[in-house]
Write a protein that binds this ligand. Structure first.
Ligand code: SF4
Length: 287
Protein backbone atom coordinates (compact mmCIF):
# COMPACT_ATOMS: atom_id res chain seq x y z
CA UNK A 1 0.00 0.00 0.00
CA UNK A 2 1.47 3.40 -1.00
CA UNK A 3 -1.20 5.61 0.64
CA UNK A 4 0.98 6.06 3.71
CA UNK A 5 0.76 9.85 3.52
CA UNK A 6 -1.60 12.47 2.17
CA UNK A 7 -0.96 13.64 -1.40
CA UNK A 8 0.39 16.81 -2.96
CA UNK A 9 -2.13 18.32 -5.37
CA UNK A 10 -2.41 21.13 -7.92
CA UNK A 11 -4.19 24.41 -7.09
CA UNK A 12 -7.48 23.52 -8.81
CA UNK A 13 -7.48 20.09 -7.21
CA UNK A 14 -7.09 21.69 -3.78
CA UNK A 15 -10.31 23.63 -4.31
CA UNK A 16 -12.09 20.50 -5.57
CA UNK A 17 -10.91 18.47 -2.57
CA UNK A 18 -11.41 21.10 0.14
CA UNK A 19 -14.16 18.92 1.65
CA UNK A 20 -11.72 15.99 2.02
CA UNK A 21 -8.27 17.24 3.02
CA UNK A 22 -6.91 20.01 5.22
CA UNK A 23 -4.72 21.86 2.74
CA UNK A 24 -1.63 24.06 2.87
CA UNK A 25 -0.30 26.19 0.02
CA UNK A 26 3.18 24.90 -0.85
CA UNK A 27 6.23 26.42 -2.58
CA UNK A 28 9.27 24.55 -3.88
CA UNK A 29 12.30 25.41 -5.96
CA UNK A 30 14.16 23.22 -8.47
CA UNK A 31 17.45 24.00 -10.18
CA UNK A 32 18.59 22.69 -13.55
CA UNK A 33 21.62 23.81 -15.62
CA UNK A 34 20.61 25.65 -18.79
CA UNK A 35 22.98 23.58 -20.94
CA UNK A 36 23.12 19.81 -21.30
CA UNK A 37 26.92 20.02 -21.16
CA UNK A 38 26.64 21.33 -17.55
CA UNK A 39 24.18 18.65 -16.43
CA UNK A 40 25.76 16.09 -14.10
CA UNK A 41 23.46 13.12 -14.15
CA UNK A 42 22.87 11.19 -10.92
CA UNK A 43 24.00 7.58 -11.36
CA UNK A 44 20.47 6.32 -12.08
CA UNK A 45 20.08 8.91 -14.87
CA UNK A 46 23.47 8.35 -16.47
CA UNK A 47 22.43 5.77 -19.08
CA UNK A 48 20.03 8.17 -20.77
CA UNK A 49 21.22 11.52 -19.42
CA UNK A 50 20.39 13.45 -22.59
CA UNK A 51 16.76 12.24 -22.69
CA UNK A 52 16.36 12.84 -18.94
CA UNK A 53 17.81 16.36 -19.18
CA UNK A 54 15.52 17.55 -21.99
CA UNK A 55 12.43 15.94 -20.50
CA UNK A 56 13.18 17.39 -17.06
CA UNK A 57 13.56 20.79 -18.68
CA UNK A 58 10.24 20.45 -20.52
CA UNK A 59 8.35 19.28 -17.42
CA UNK A 60 9.87 21.87 -15.08
CA UNK A 61 8.96 24.63 -17.56
CA UNK A 62 5.41 23.27 -17.83
CA UNK A 63 4.87 23.10 -14.06
CA UNK A 64 6.77 26.20 -12.92
CA UNK A 65 4.84 29.30 -11.87
CA UNK A 66 7.98 31.40 -12.29
CA UNK A 67 11.48 30.95 -13.75
CA UNK A 68 14.68 32.89 -13.20
CA UNK A 69 18.35 32.46 -14.08
CA UNK A 70 21.37 32.40 -11.84
CA UNK A 71 25.07 31.88 -12.47
CA UNK A 72 27.13 29.94 -9.93
CA UNK A 73 30.78 28.90 -9.94
CA UNK A 74 31.23 25.18 -10.25
CA UNK A 75 34.55 23.44 -10.89
CA UNK A 76 36.18 26.84 -11.53
CA UNK A 77 33.74 27.90 -14.20
CA UNK A 78 30.50 29.84 -14.22
CA UNK A 79 27.49 27.61 -14.79
CA UNK A 80 24.13 29.10 -15.62
CA UNK A 81 21.12 27.49 -13.94
CA UNK A 82 17.40 28.00 -14.37
CA UNK A 83 15.48 28.15 -11.10
CA UNK A 84 11.94 26.78 -11.37
CA UNK A 85 9.51 28.00 -8.72
CA UNK A 86 6.61 25.60 -8.13
CA UNK A 87 3.30 26.30 -6.41
CA UNK A 88 1.03 23.46 -5.35
CA UNK A 89 -0.96 22.38 -2.31
CA UNK A 90 -0.13 19.79 0.31
CA UNK A 91 -2.80 17.76 2.04
CA UNK A 92 -1.89 17.75 5.72
CA UNK A 93 -1.05 14.43 7.35
CA UNK A 94 -3.46 14.30 10.26
CA UNK A 95 -3.05 10.55 10.80
CA UNK A 96 0.33 8.99 11.39
CA UNK A 97 1.41 6.76 8.50
CA UNK A 98 -1.81 6.97 6.48
CA UNK A 99 -3.46 9.34 4.02
CA UNK A 100 -6.43 11.01 5.68
CA UNK A 101 -8.66 9.81 2.80
CA UNK A 102 -7.81 6.17 3.45
CA UNK A 103 -10.82 4.16 4.55
CA UNK A 104 -9.58 0.84 5.91
CA UNK A 105 -7.44 -0.59 3.10
CA UNK A 106 -9.15 1.41 0.36
CA UNK A 107 -9.14 4.97 -0.94
CA UNK A 108 -12.26 6.68 0.40
CA UNK A 109 -12.37 9.07 -2.59
CA UNK A 110 -11.27 6.67 -5.34
CA UNK A 111 -13.39 8.18 -8.14
CA UNK A 112 -12.10 11.69 -7.41
CA UNK A 113 -8.59 10.88 -6.19
CA UNK A 114 -5.91 13.42 -7.20
CA UNK A 115 -3.85 13.15 -10.39
CA UNK A 116 -0.72 12.31 -8.37
CA UNK A 117 -2.52 9.19 -7.07
CA UNK A 118 -3.80 8.34 -10.56
CA UNK A 119 -0.29 8.45 -11.97
CA UNK A 120 1.32 6.19 -9.31
CA UNK A 121 3.98 4.82 -9.68
CA UNK A 122 5.07 7.38 -12.33
CA UNK A 123 4.52 10.81 -10.82
CA UNK A 124 3.47 13.14 -13.61
CA UNK A 125 6.20 15.70 -12.89
CA UNK A 126 8.94 13.06 -13.26
CA UNK A 127 10.59 12.34 -16.60
CA UNK A 128 9.33 9.23 -18.42
CA UNK A 129 12.99 8.52 -19.23
CA UNK A 130 13.33 7.74 -15.48
CA UNK A 131 10.28 5.45 -15.37
CA UNK A 132 12.31 2.23 -15.36
CA UNK A 133 14.48 3.16 -12.36
CA UNK A 134 11.50 4.84 -10.64
CA UNK A 135 9.39 1.69 -10.95
CA UNK A 136 12.19 -0.49 -9.62
CA UNK A 137 12.62 1.74 -6.55
CA UNK A 138 8.86 1.86 -6.02
CA UNK A 139 8.45 -1.93 -6.15
CA UNK A 140 11.37 -2.37 -3.74
CA UNK A 141 9.93 0.04 -1.16
CA UNK A 142 9.12 -1.80 2.05
CA UNK A 143 5.43 -1.94 2.80
CA UNK A 144 4.10 -1.07 -0.67
CA UNK A 145 3.36 -4.71 -1.54
CA UNK A 146 3.20 -4.16 -5.33
CA UNK A 147 1.68 -6.92 -7.45
CA UNK A 148 4.59 -8.18 -9.56
CA UNK A 149 3.01 -11.51 -10.48
CA UNK A 150 2.57 -12.81 -14.05
CA UNK A 151 -1.03 -11.58 -14.02
CA UNK A 152 -0.21 -8.02 -12.85
CA UNK A 153 -1.19 -5.32 -15.36
CA UNK A 154 1.69 -4.17 -17.58
CA UNK A 155 2.44 -0.51 -16.89
CA UNK A 156 5.84 -0.10 -18.59
CA UNK A 157 7.19 -1.54 -21.85
CA UNK A 158 10.65 -0.77 -23.26
CA UNK A 159 10.94 2.21 -20.94
CA UNK A 160 7.62 3.70 -22.08
CA UNK A 161 4.57 4.09 -19.85
CA UNK A 162 1.81 2.02 -21.46
CA UNK A 163 -0.92 2.13 -18.77
CA UNK A 164 -3.54 4.39 -20.36
CA UNK A 165 -4.91 5.79 -17.05
CA UNK A 166 -1.40 6.81 -15.94
CA UNK A 167 -0.65 8.39 -19.34
CA UNK A 168 -3.93 10.29 -19.17
CA UNK A 169 -3.17 11.54 -15.64
CA UNK A 170 0.21 12.86 -16.85
CA UNK A 171 -1.29 14.87 -19.69
CA UNK A 172 -4.23 16.07 -17.54
CA UNK A 173 -1.80 17.39 -14.92
CA UNK A 174 -0.01 19.56 -17.49
CA UNK A 175 -3.35 20.84 -18.84
CA UNK A 176 -4.53 21.65 -15.30
CA UNK A 177 -1.38 23.61 -14.42
CA UNK A 178 -1.78 25.57 -17.65
CA UNK A 179 -5.40 26.41 -16.72
CA UNK A 180 -4.17 27.49 -13.25
CA UNK A 181 -1.43 29.69 -14.71
CA UNK A 182 -3.20 33.05 -14.22
CA UNK A 183 -3.73 32.06 -10.62
CA UNK A 184 -0.18 30.91 -9.90
CA UNK A 185 1.24 33.99 -11.64
CA UNK A 186 -0.97 36.24 -9.48
CA UNK A 187 0.42 34.47 -6.39
CA UNK A 188 3.99 35.09 -7.61
CA UNK A 189 3.22 38.79 -8.20
CA UNK A 190 2.02 39.10 -4.60
CA UNK A 191 5.13 37.34 -3.34
CA UNK A 192 7.36 39.69 -5.35
CA UNK A 193 5.47 42.74 -4.06
CA UNK A 194 6.26 41.43 -0.59
CA UNK A 195 3.54 42.81 1.66
CA UNK A 196 4.49 41.98 5.24
CA UNK A 197 2.38 41.11 8.24
CA UNK A 198 0.01 38.45 9.52
CA UNK A 199 -2.11 36.83 6.85
CA UNK A 200 0.32 37.64 4.02
CA UNK A 201 2.39 35.45 1.74
CA UNK A 202 6.11 35.00 2.35
CA UNK A 203 8.36 37.04 0.05
CA UNK A 204 9.60 35.23 -3.06
CA UNK A 205 13.25 35.91 -2.10
CA UNK A 206 12.69 34.44 1.37
CA UNK A 207 11.21 31.23 -0.02
CA UNK A 208 14.04 30.94 -2.56
CA UNK A 209 16.67 31.55 0.11
CA UNK A 210 15.22 28.84 2.36
CA UNK A 211 14.56 26.35 -0.43
CA UNK A 212 17.55 24.14 0.36
CA UNK A 213 15.88 23.33 3.70
CA UNK A 214 12.84 21.96 1.84
CA UNK A 215 9.40 23.15 0.83
CA UNK A 216 7.67 26.15 2.43
CA UNK A 217 3.98 25.97 3.29
CA UNK A 218 1.50 28.64 4.26
CA UNK A 219 -2.23 29.13 4.54
CA UNK A 220 -4.34 27.93 1.61
CA UNK A 221 -6.81 30.72 2.31
CA UNK A 222 -4.27 33.20 0.88
CA UNK A 223 -4.39 31.41 -2.50
CA UNK A 224 -8.19 31.41 -2.52
CA UNK A 225 -8.28 35.08 -1.54
CA UNK A 226 -5.93 35.93 -4.43
CA UNK A 227 -8.12 33.91 -6.83
CA UNK A 228 -11.06 36.04 -5.65
CA UNK A 229 -9.07 39.30 -5.91
CA UNK A 230 -8.11 38.63 -9.56
CA UNK A 231 -11.65 37.50 -10.46
CA UNK A 232 -11.00 33.79 -10.93
CA UNK A 233 -13.58 32.93 -8.27
CA UNK A 234 -16.17 35.01 -6.42
CA UNK A 235 -15.69 36.08 -2.80
CA UNK A 236 -18.64 33.78 -1.88
CA UNK A 237 -16.71 30.83 -3.33
CA UNK A 238 -13.61 31.87 -1.37
CA UNK A 239 -15.63 31.92 1.85
CA UNK A 240 -17.32 28.61 0.97
CA UNK A 241 -13.89 26.95 0.58
CA UNK A 242 -12.72 28.35 3.90
CA UNK A 243 -15.89 27.14 5.62
CA UNK A 244 -15.37 23.69 4.07
CA UNK A 245 -11.85 23.67 5.50
CA UNK A 246 -13.20 24.58 8.94
CA UNK A 247 -15.57 21.60 8.72
CA UNK A 248 -12.72 19.24 7.76
CA UNK A 249 -10.47 20.68 10.49
CA UNK A 250 -13.21 20.09 13.08
CA UNK A 251 -13.72 16.56 11.75
CA UNK A 252 -10.01 15.78 12.10
CA UNK A 253 -9.73 17.43 15.53
CA UNK A 254 -12.60 15.28 16.76
CA UNK A 255 -10.97 12.07 15.49
CA UNK A 256 -9.09 10.10 18.13
CA UNK A 257 -6.51 9.08 15.48
CA UNK A 258 -5.39 12.72 15.02
CA UNK A 259 -1.72 13.02 16.05
CA UNK A 260 -0.72 15.62 18.73
CA UNK A 261 1.44 17.58 16.24
CA UNK A 262 -1.38 17.71 13.72
CA UNK A 263 -3.79 18.73 16.47
CA UNK A 264 -1.66 21.80 17.25
CA UNK A 265 -1.40 22.79 13.57
CA UNK A 266 -5.13 22.30 13.04
CA UNK A 267 -6.00 24.44 16.06
CA UNK A 268 -3.86 27.27 14.66
CA UNK A 269 -5.46 26.98 11.22
CA UNK A 270 -8.92 26.90 12.76
CA UNK A 271 -8.30 30.19 14.58
CA UNK A 272 -6.89 31.80 11.42
CA UNK A 273 -9.82 30.71 9.21
CA UNK A 274 -12.38 31.84 11.75
CA UNK A 275 -10.64 35.19 11.90
CA UNK A 276 -10.63 35.40 8.09
CA UNK A 277 -14.40 34.86 7.97
CA UNK A 278 -14.95 37.27 10.84
CA UNK A 279 -12.86 40.26 9.69
CA UNK A 280 -12.50 39.52 5.97
CA UNK A 281 -9.27 39.95 4.05
CA UNK A 282 -7.72 43.35 4.64
CA UNK A 283 -4.85 43.40 2.15
CA UNK A 284 -5.65 43.76 -1.52
CA UNK A 285 -2.93 44.78 -4.00
CA UNK A 286 -3.42 45.80 -7.60
CA UNK A 287 -2.56 42.92 -9.91
S1 SF4 B 1 -6.26 10.09 -1.98
FE1 SF4 B 1 -6.71 7.90 -2.02
S2 SF4 B 1 -5.25 7.04 -3.50
FE2 SF4 B 1 -4.48 9.05 -2.90
S3 SF4 B 1 -3.05 8.69 -1.20
FE3 SF4 B 1 -5.09 9.12 -0.31
S4 SF4 B 1 -6.08 7.12 -0.01
FE4 SF4 B 1 -4.34 6.83 -1.45
Amino acid sequence: MCCNRSPEVELSEAAALADVFVLRLMFRLYWLPRQLSDYVAPSEDAANARAVFYEKKRLLSAFAAHQSSVKVRRDRKAVEYTKYFMISALALDTRLGACSALNGERCGIYDRRPLSCRSVPFHYSRAEALAESGLKAFVETTGYGCDTSETAPIVLKNGQIVASDMKTARSEAIAMVERDRRWSEAIVRRMKAGTQGPGTLPRLQEVEAGAHFGATTTSMSLAWQIAADVGLIGSEECNRLIKLQLTVIDRDLAASRCSPDARETLAGMRAEYQNHLHVGHAIVLND
